[in-house]
Design a protein around this ligand. Sequence first.
Ligand code: GLU
Length: 283
Amino acid sequence: MHTTRFAPSPNGRLHLGHAFAALTAARAADGGRFLLRIEDLDPSRARPEFIAGIEEDLAWLGLGWEKPVLRQSTRFEAYGSAVAALAAERLLYPCFCTRKDIAAEIAGASVAPRAEDAAIYPGICRGLSVAERDRRIALGHSHVTRLDCAKAAARLAALSFTELGEGPKGERGAVAVDPALLGDIVIARKDTPVAYHLAVVLDDAFQGVTLVTRGKDLFPATHVQRLLQALLALPAPLYAHHSLILDAEGRKYSKRDRAVTLQSLRNRGVGGGEIRRRLGFAG
Ligand code: GLU
């Protein structure tokens, strides 16, 4: 028996890919606890009607979950304390780069960034002196806060996480953490005092999640998330990454695919049970 969670960002209606993820997480709880977490860190994108829609769609699928539902927007104090703890360890640095600066640096670099589908931050601001950082902050230059992942990894013994599903290259079992896989990730943003990776690990620990089930597209994120857990002395859940539901062209469903939102399927007279069966969750 496990505590699992489905953690959607409420910036659109749920589609078939989300339904598969939610049903997978609920099934993996195996009679244990199934939680819903609303990842509404970005107030400009998270809309109340999407939050209501998530609950409506999951209930229609026949799922039940524990109440109250945790919303990330209520947790800024906890996130702030964790950011302060990492800062006190001197593991963070301000980054003043614009997207354009980063793209230009990558284009001019002789070594290609390593992540398959995302540009790795090339570390432009990592080496700024404390005086220069302070000067720019005093001048009001806007910045994000990044994790110095090499420095962080140097503080820790080699790490691994346990994969019960499968990574994109068939990784399973004890997976050795590559702390630099995603580079110096953003820990806190300009508009919100925290970003995705840190919020997720804090919330998984806070909610007592023992098994994280989610799509394979988030497998690479697990490396740095395991690093953050170790830095903050949080327990490490098990992971089970699942395959993604793809459209006829072999692409991941996205917010664009209005025809496969659960709302539009329901409006066309499709039943929740039918969707469960279609996605391989009979009964
Ligand atoms: N909220 C994230 C998303 O919608 C998923 C969080 C997670 O499972 O790590 O992509």
